[in-house]
Design a protein around this ligand. Structure first.
Ligand code: MGD
Ligand code: MGD
Ligand code: SF4
Ligand code: MO
Length: 858
């Protein structure tokens, strides 16, 4: 089969992918050399897409309770319960909670049904957790939610400032483009992040600011630029409106570099260096992500950046623009259709009477919503309070990803009626569903997505629909028809839905217009407009942008009982709640276990050992993590990844800990800043279980790690080894066992000569090659060296995985650097291959080289 051009379903970079199925149905995936987002590159997650396509674990049939039912029965029930709630309690008693991972077509239909026909604003999306602060800030400053720049700008800039963005891990292909531009033309890079992340590998300056102090820094920069005569006076006069008290408000704080440095917890020289660099580089791009958005002052964080770019006229020009890095593949498409509860449709707000009338007529809407609906945090609160009688969740996993999770889970447990549409059969959210609807997954579904630079690309199917899975838009349209709106929800295919959405955007006076945007090849909206606002004309009443006076507002402070600030975020090789990346073996090796990163000094003070367990507690809950001692952490800060759920770990969920603390303007939760405490959690043993059974082991703490041929669990607990072993892998008639004081207790269980399970427990670390042992599950004859953990003379443990593409571990790399004298990343690549495929591990390779150099110098 010829390759099918499609788009990666993970991050907002929106890389083009070519998928090719062979005669046996195996699919290979590679980067599309002609796609303008990636020009052929893919990161580790994109490169492993071919390994996510199996049907194991997929939801393939509609289910009511525990029973398979036909689509008709399931849809009848959904329509009946929604209609009943609307009849008895009004339209605001129902809600949809959707996702930036929907295609624009799905999103359009969901929004149209809720806001035009059910007549409520109660559709919100996980973009509330992600991009809402940027949306609010762009609307406030520009008059419309518009990203003014494009990816090329990051390559054409002289200075790129990355704010609250771990670009190396979260937008890896864009990071590689920036890194290449830096090598080619010497782009200066500044990273503003409390943590020293892999992104800092290319930073000329890293500002490890105090959590939540961004506004203070950006306000200070603006005043400094003004004093230095570095503002664009003409642009300001002609195209920007500033309130009369704008400059006096800023003067309310001591704007000396020394005072700013103190308040932001930075070195004064670093603050001065940043200000000087910014003043010297008219071609500056500032790109930001969740470190800015996910804050109680998220809207202001973004506004402070926009103020600086507006006042210097660095906007919508080649190499000069503010640039929001969007998270999900279709965060932007969702905003286009109006999927947030506080917008209506097609960038039209509820306050725009003429626009609303256009939408009403276009939809022939019987009950157009007239006011915003509930934002995610409020929506789940209303659910908990019994005000929402029916909720439909599509393509998101809020039972993992919402903050203050204990409350979310009890709201879902007590809700009268919950429908969940997903592609997999088991998620923490599906466990609460009365009705489960099987959706088409990537590779099966058909439609469009918009990436961070307003570029629309297609996701195209290259696999047949499995089981009874159907497109999300189709399920929504079927329910609409059952609610009595068959004429308005009658499309033959996704392309027809798209045509309707495009037609609506063309009718309004907003800058958003999909008219004339090529729908066969990746293209910007508005058509042929990679940049906007370069002409100084903004979509406001007087065509001017607005400076907005803001004052710093810091997050809830740490206190004696909760002395740390807990930060939460992402790791390189997993996607969110791991429903798809979690089953890919080569993506599981890099960071296999939920961890808490802590500065070495704090670890000493808290008596924490690297690799031991620690309990992190906040005002909302507690969870257990492996301790990762990390000099890149700021003192007083902790970092935990967001990815683990009940499906993948016994106890390691960030959502239980994070506060909601929403920004009052955007409603976006302040996920990055929760007061927390940490304490060592004593365990007597660690180990692992490999088993044919997927059942979680009876251990205090376990983590599921993807493995070939068996299930793999890393485990830890307390008590005597033998008792633990009996609980986890009870003795059987066909069992072999090995015990000694050093290596602990090892057990293998057979059934009729077939290996069923292997358990290794030790009071120290349980050694033994997991990969080699896993391979024994598929071997015709089990190797006699099984309980030795590997054959005699087997290669030593290669250490934690660094390169996912070639599965190369840390020990192998340090040995190569030492013994083969590899002096740069290219030399490592030539020797081992590491870093030569997707390149996602290059920052880590660079860091290993640097560590080795420092060790030699010392
Ligand atoms: N590998 C991977 N990539 C992804 C995703 C994934 O799940 N996995 N998800 C995608 C999605 S939906 C999103 S939204 C993006 C998110 O992409 P990013 O925003 O880059 O990722 P995060 O790890 O959430 O957080 C970014 C950084 O914000 C910093 N930060 C915390 N507090 C502050 C602060 O007060 N000020 C500043 N300046 N910085 C702060 C954190 O230390 C962290 O390094 O990633 C996308 N890409
Ligand atoms: N503590 C903390 N929490 C966070 C964050 C943080 O930084 N810290 N970040 C927040 C951010 S930015 C985001 S974006 C969210 C992400 O959080 P979620 O959206 O909850 O995470 P996902 O795992 O991406 O969930 C997507 C679900 O949709 C399913 N799915 C995939 N494709 C389809 C499809 O085509 N149709 C249907 N119906 N289902 C599909 C997947 O199997 C999965 O169950 O997490 C937020 N939560
Ligand atoms: S950078 Fe990686 S995850 Fe993001 S779109 Fe490209 S291949 Fe997919
Ligand atoms: Mo996100």
């Amino acid at each position: 089969m010829a390759g099918v051009r499609t788009t990666c379903p993970y991050c907002g970079v929106g890389c083009g992918v070519i998928a090719t199925a062979d005669d046996a149905g195996a699919v290979s995936v590679h980067g599309d050399p002609d796609h303008p987002a990636n020009f052929g590159r893919l990161c580790s997650k994109g490169a492993a897409l071919g390994e996510t396509l199996g049907l194991d674990g997929r939801l393939l049939h509609p289910m009511v309770g525990g029973d398979k039912v036909g689509w008709d029965a399931a849809l009848d029930l959904v329509a009946d319960r929604f209609a009943g709630a609307i009849r008895d309690h009004g339209p605001d008693s129902v809600a949809f909670y959707v996702s930036g991972q929907l295609l624009t077509e799905d999103y359009y239909v969901a929004n149209k049904l809720m806001k035009g026909f059910i007549g409520s604003g109660n559709i919100d999306t996980n973009s509330r957790l992600c991009m809402a602060s940027t949306v609010a800030a762009q609307v406030r400053s520009f008059g419309e939610d518009i990203v003014p720049g494009c990816y090329d700008d990051l390559e054409q800039a002289d200075l790129v400032v990355l704010v609250g963005s771990n670009t190396a891990w979260c937008h890896p292909v864009l990071f590689q483009r920036l890194a290449a531009a830096r090598t080619a033309r010497g782009t200066r890079v500044v990273v503003i992040d409390p943590r020293r992340t892999e992104t800092c590998d290319i930073a000329d300056l890293h500002l490890p600011l105090a959590p939540g102090s961004d506004v203070r820094l950006w306000n200070g920069l603006l005043v400094h630029l003004r004093n230095a005569g570095a503002l664009d006076a003409d642009y300001l006069a002609d195209h920007v409106e500033a309130p009369a008290d704008f400059w006096t408000t800023l003067a309310g704080d001591d704007q000396s570099a020394a005072a700013i440095a103190t308040d932001c917890g930075l070195a004064e020289a670093d603050v001065q260096a940043f200000f000087a660099l910014f003043a010297a580089c008219p071609r500056t791009v500032t790109a930001w992500s969740q470190g800015s958005n996910q804050s109680r002052s998220g809207t202001d964080n973004v506004t402070a950046i926009l103020n600086v770019h507006l006042a210097t006229g660095r906007i919508g020009k080649p190499g000069a623009s503010p640039f929001s890095l969007t998270g999900q593949p279709n965060a932007m498409g969702g905003r286009e259709v109006g999927g947030l509860a506080n917008s209506l449709a097609a960038h039209i707000g509820f306050d725009d009477a003429i626009g609303a009338e256009t939408v009403r007529r276009f939809w022939n809407a019987p009950a157009l919503a007239r006011k915003p609906g509930l934002k995610a945090v409020d929506l789940f609160q209303a659910l908990g309070a019994g005000k929402i009688k029916a909720l439909w969740i599509i393509a998101t996993n809020p039972a993992v990803s919402m903050p203050e999770l204990a409350g979310i889970r009890s709201a879902l447990a007590n809700a009268p009626f919950v429908v969940v549409s997903d592609v997999v059969a088991h998620t923490d959210t599906l466990a609460f569903a009365d009705v489960r609807l099987p959706a088409l997954a990537w590779g099966e579904k058909d439609g469009s997505v918009t990436n961070s630079e307003r570029r629309v690309s297609r996701q195209r199917p290259f696999l047949p629909p499995p089981g009874e899975a159907r497109a999300d838009w189709w399920a929504l349209a079927q329910v609409a028809a059952r609610l009595g709106y068959s004429a308005e929800f009658d499309w033959p295919d996704a392309a027809a839905v798209r045509a309707e959405h495009v037609a609506l955007t063309a009718l309004t006076s907003r800058r958003l217009s999909l008219a004339g945007v090529d729908d066969t090849a990746p293209a910007h909206w508005p058509a042929h407009s990679p940049r906007l606002f370069g002409d100084g004309r903004f979509p406001t009443d007087n065509a001017k942008a607005r400076l907005v006076a803001i004052r710093p507002r810091c997050p809830a402070a740490a206190n004696p009982a909760l002395p740390f600030i807990l930060n939460t975020g992402r790791i390189r090789d997993q996607w969110h709640t791991m429903t798809r990346t979690g089953s890919v073996v080569r993506l599981g090796g890099h960071r296999p276990k939920p961890f808490v990163a802590i500065h070495p000094d704090d670890a000493v003070r808290q008596q924490l050992a690297d690799g031991g367990l620690a309990r992190v507690t906040t005002g909302y809950g507690a969870a257990l993590f492996r301790v990762l001692i990390d000099p890149g952490q700021r003192r007083g800060s902790l970092f935990v990844p967001i990815h683990w759920s009940l499906a993948t770990a016994a106890d390691g969920r960030a959502g239980l800990l994070a506060n909601a603390d929403p920004d009052p303007m955007s409603g976006q939760p302040g996920f990055k800043h929760t007061p927390a405490a940490i304490a060592a959690h004593a365990t007597d043993w660690h180990g692992f279980l490999l088993s044919r059974s997927a059942a979680a082991p009876a251990a205090d703490w376990w983590v599921r790690v993807a493995a070939d041929g068996c299930q793999r669990f890393e485990i830890a607990g307390s008590g005597c080894l033998a008792d633990a072993a009996d609980a986890i892998l009870p003795r059987g008639p066909m069992m072999s066992e090995f015990r000694d004081a050093n290596r602990g207790l090892r057990r293998a269980l057979y059934d009729d000569g077939r290996l069923e399970a292997v358990l290794f427990l030790a009071t120290g670390t349980a050694t033994g090659s997991r990969d080699w042992l896993a391979a024994q599950f598929g071997a015709l004859e089990v190797d006699g060296a099984l309980l030795a953990g590997g054959p005699a003379g087997a290669p030593a443990d290669t250490g934690p995985q660094v390169c996912a593409c070639f599965n190369i571990g840390l020990h192998t790399l340090t040995a190569a650097i030492r013994d083969l004298r590899c002096s740069d990343v290219a030399a490592i690549g030539a020797a081992l291959g590491a870093g030569t495929n997707c390149g996602s591990c290059k920052p880590e390779l660079a860091k290993l080289l640097q560590d080795a150099r420092q060790a030699v110098d010392a």
